[in-house]
Ligand binder design. Structure first.
Ligand code: 1HN
Length: 350
């Protein structure tokens, strides 16, 4: 049991005033707050954002705010535990639902935070990242790693919506967040998804050299859902007893995580399956691509319909359940694992 430590109120007011005047603070009244016993006290609360309730409000934003007045027309999925105005889903993750209407263009810029898009609905939109024009189809994952130019356009006739996942809260906290605006990109003919079309087969270096002759740090920018889904089905068929039918989105050149700070995964729950995830230090985000699923986090129980998103704090066990007994459920997961591993604070608990 931890010893009770002295409180600020135990100190004479003139002493406290003298400290403050010199920008000094006593540690002991604050020590348990910054270093709680046994495990952290996350601000992140298990939170559910049902798509069907936010969708009309997002479409309304399309009527209220022209794209020129928004640059990015987004409703942020904000965790109340962090204060809504801080626009955080967790300590390191930002989530937003972005709407692009037919004919609109979200102009080119680049910035220090890393982003990915998980396409939620609609066809005809595209995102040009580092000169590669990526079509946006439901379930596709499109990377926008740190520093790469990106813009979005829409040649279709229905609204397109996607989920943005960024490490913005972390990069902002580091006082390293900024952007630069640019002109329209000229798409190049090459596409990483064609060059890296099959797992385990990596092109010889010619393709990976950019105009300056350097290797591309992020050779694969679009992960089509059709491929990820087929890979999950294939893994499930190959290993009928495998509990976690899960794939990690990786950089095909390094085999490491697709981006530096956040991790991205596709999970298939077999019909009727329940999957208990151990408590791990990173916070997690779940977005249901197909099917119906239940998510239990602490005393919270969420029922995810297609395109619903929820989050869970770190150090907390999570149970996922496929609510269908006849078909699979497919879940996109984002988490803070790469960050925790790099910092050496990653842990799993029983
Ligand atoms: C951003 O650049 C995009 O490019 C979306 O679509 C959301 C949220 C915060 C900062 C930059 C985009 C963003 C963002």
């Amino acid at each position: 049991m931890d010893q009770e430590l002295g409180r600020l109120e135990d100190l004479p007011q003139d002493y406290r005033d003298a400290l403050r005047a010199l920008n000094l603070v006593p540690l002991w009244p604050n020590l348990r707050g910054v270093l709680p016993p046994d495990k952290p006290r996350p601000k992140t609360r298990a939170t559910h954002w049902p798509y069907q309730t936010l969708r009309p409000l997002l479409l309304k934003a399309g009527e209220l705010t022209p794209i020129e007045k928004a640059e990015r027309r987004v409703l942020v999925l904000a965790n109340p535990g962090h204060g809504l105005d801080n626009m955080q889903a967790s300590a390191a993750m930002y989530l937003g639902m972005q709407l692009l209407l037919p004919g609109e263009w979200a102009p080119s810029h680049r910035h220090t935070p890393n982003a990915v898009r998980m396409v939620v609905e609609g066809t005809g939109a595209w995102s040009t990242v580092d000169g590669e024009k990526c079509p946006m189809l439901r379930g596709d994952l499109i990377l926008t790693p740190t520093g790469l130019w990106h813009e979005h356009g829409h040649d279709g006739d229905q609204p397109v919506v996607w989920l943005d996942v960024l490490d913005l809260p972390l990069v902002f906290y580091m006082e390293a967040s900024y952007h630069i605006n640019g002109g329209r990109q000229t798409p190049r003919p090459q596409h990483g998804e064609r060059a890296y079309a099959r797992g385990g087969l990596v092109p010889t270096p010619v393709f990976q050299r950019n105009a300056e002759g350097a290797r591309r740090a992020y050779p694969l920018l679009r992960y089509p859902w059709a491929d990820a889904r087929a890979a999950l089905e294939s893994l499930a068929a190959d290993q009928p007893d495998l509990a976690a039918v899960q794939l990690t989105y990786t950089n095909p050149e390094t085999g490491g995580d697709a981006e530096n700070i956040l991790g991205f995964y596709a999970l298939m729950l077999r019909p009727g399956q329940t999957l208990a995830l151990p408590a791990r230090s990173p916070a997690m985000v779940f977005h249901l691509i197909e099917g119906a699923a239940a998510v239990q986090v602490q005393d919270q129980h969420f029922t995810l319909a297609e395109a619903d998103t929820c989050c869970a704090p770190g150090y907390t066990p999570v149970a996922l359940q496929n609510l269908s007994s006849s078909g699979p459920a497919f879940i996109f997961i984002a988490d803070e694992s790469p960050l925790h591993r790099k910092l050496g604070v990653y842990e799993t608990r029983d």
